[in-house]
Design a protein. Structure first.
Length: 504
């Protein structure tokens, strides 16, 4: 766990710092909630009582019950903190969602950032957002800045609420404030995008809660199953009893401690940030992209052929030594080696396509906003610096080619051409049509582009949520693994004991 900070800005030393009740209380205070030592005592008593109860039910020795009790007591501060963090993250989401919506509506009326901030601040009577908006207003009114007044003032809010859409909204508001012009279409587009984002965040959190319930249910059912097996073991004749065998006792202790960890893991998943974008490991994605771009099938096939032949030679040698199963394994390995270049390419290709489908709608959204006051070529140029890594290289190529042949269709069609994605091709054709249209036709074309992009954004949001959901869905199977482990150990102990008695 990373270092925490208290409300005075002091760091709570490290992972073990939360074991101190005072540090836990200060951290919960940072989230805006009160937590008393009396409440902590009640939780601690419940955790210890539960650990002792299960220790007795599983007939553990006192020192093993102590280990399980310590595991529960160690997990307790983090379980408590996760509960408050979940409420805090929910409030963070509601605050930034309301802020974005109100800012857009207010700016649509007055087209002034300062007036919109003042209007939006009335929506928050107190709390973190009220304070941050006040700081941004004071920064603007002070009029002292380094490079860009509104950029620096609005960054106060952006730093506290790391939402990509918040940055896009602020950038659009700054552009309109600087350049003037109508912002009706842009405001409508941003409101539509914000609604898609908010709906999908709520759906994700509901899905996470449902997955957590299933994980806890799985944990409870497997615990009951383990207790049922334990009852059977206790009913066996004394000469075959394994309940107090050291291996059984150790396996049961490990089982209970692992279940505490599983419960902690399930709770931690729903306490993650609602608004912080997921880590997409852009460097890794870019490596995959480069692998596909620079792929030479003949050269890679030669490498695969060499590896495959070496594996076949090894298989023949193993067969001569009289190990047919080893030879069969080596042959299977040779088949994999012969096709390893195709397998690697396909895995990289699928990963990059998935990433393109996730980030392309966001780039297209930015284009739609920039097109309100720029032509297509200029809009493309402005997106390059902060474009996702998987798009940046082709965007630069597209921009360079348009400078040479601004009226040509081919540069648009060749954008990400190696992937031949229908959604990308269709959108690029639309951008070409906009570049060739007059001002009146261009606006109608942009509206069509916006409508199409709305569906793509919804799909991209769901795609981003899948990875987050996969983690908590996987927790459902962990209790089944732990109970299988305990059952197998107990069965082995019983069989060894039974066989030893038979010999006697």
């Amino acid at each position: 766990m990373k270092d925490k900070t208290d409300k005075n800005g002091k760091k709570i030393s490290n992972y073990f710092g939360l074991f101190h009740p005072g540090n836990l209380q200060r951290q919960i205070d940072c989230y805006g909630y009160s937590f008393s030592m009396a409440k902590y005592g009640v939780f601690l008593l419940a955790a210890v009582s539960g650990a002792v109860l299960f220790g007795i039910l599983f007939c553990l020795r006192w020192y093993l019950i102590l280990i399980v009790t310590l595991a529960c007591a160690a997990a307790l501060p983090f379980l408590i903190l996760d509960g408050y963090k979940q409420m805090y993250e929910h409030k963070q989401f509601l605050d930034v969602s309301d802020y974005m919506e109100q800012m857009l509506y207010s700016f649509g009326v007055n087209q002034k950032i300062l007036l919109s901030l003042r209007d939006t601040r009335t929506l928050f009577a107190e709390g973190k957002m009220h304070y941050l908006i006040g700081e941004a207003i004071a920064y603007i009114e002070q009029g002292i800045y380094q490079k860009d007044l509104y950029l620096e003032a609005l960054r106060i809010i952006e730093d506290a609420y790391p939402v990509n859409r918040l940055c896009s909204i602020h950038e659009y508001l700054r552009t309109v404030e600087s350049n003037g012009g109508s912002c009706k279409e842009g405001i409508y587009l941003l409101l539509q995008d914000k609604a898609v984002w908010a709906d999908n965040v709520m759906i994700l959190q509901e899905d996470k809660k449902a997955a957590r319930i299933r994980a806890v249910f799985s944990l409870a059912v497997t615990m009951l199953l383990a207790l049922l097996f334990h009852t059977v073991y206790r009913s066996m004749p004394s000469q075959y009893a394994i309940v107090y065998h050291p291996v059984t006792q150790t396996a049961t202790t490990i089982y209970l401690v692992l279940n505490v960890g599983i419960f902690r893991k399930a709770n931690r998943q729903i306490a993650q940030s609602w608004i912080k974008p997921a880590d997409t490991k852009e460097d890794k994605i870019y490596q995959y992209f480069q692998l596909i771009s620079d792929f030479e099938e003949k050269k890679e096939a030669k490498k695969s052929l060499f590896l495959g032949v070496m594996a076949l030679i090894a298989a023949f040698a193993i067969w001569l030594l009289g190990h047919p199963f080893g030879a069969a394994f080596a042959v299977a390995l040779a088949i994999v080696f012969l096709n390893q270049h195709k397998i690697g390419y396909r895995l990289a290709y699928d990963r990059v396509v998935r990433e393109i489908n996730r980030v392309f709608p966001g780039w297209l959204m930015e284009m739609a906003l920039l097109l309100q006051g720029n032509n297509v070529q200029v809009s493309i140029e402005k997106t390059i610096d902060h474009a996702p890594a998987v798009l940046k290289q082709d965007l630069q190529k597209l921009s360079d080619r348009l400078k040479q042949t601004p009226d040509a269709l081919d540069p648009y069609l060749e954008f990400l051409g190696m992937f031949q994605l229908s959604s990308v091709v269709s959108s690029m054709k639309m951008l070409y049509a906009i570049s060739e249209s007059g001002s009146g036709d261009a606006q109608s074309q942009i509206q069509i582009l916006v409508q199409r992009n709305s569906k793509m954004m919804d799909k991209a949001e769901k795609l981003s949520n899948e990875k987050s959901l996969a983690r908590i869905h996987g927790i459902f199977y962990l209790p089944q693994v732990t109970v299988s482990f305990q059952t197998m150990v107990n069965m082995v102990v019983f069989m060894l004991m039974f066989l030893s008695k038979m010999k006697l």
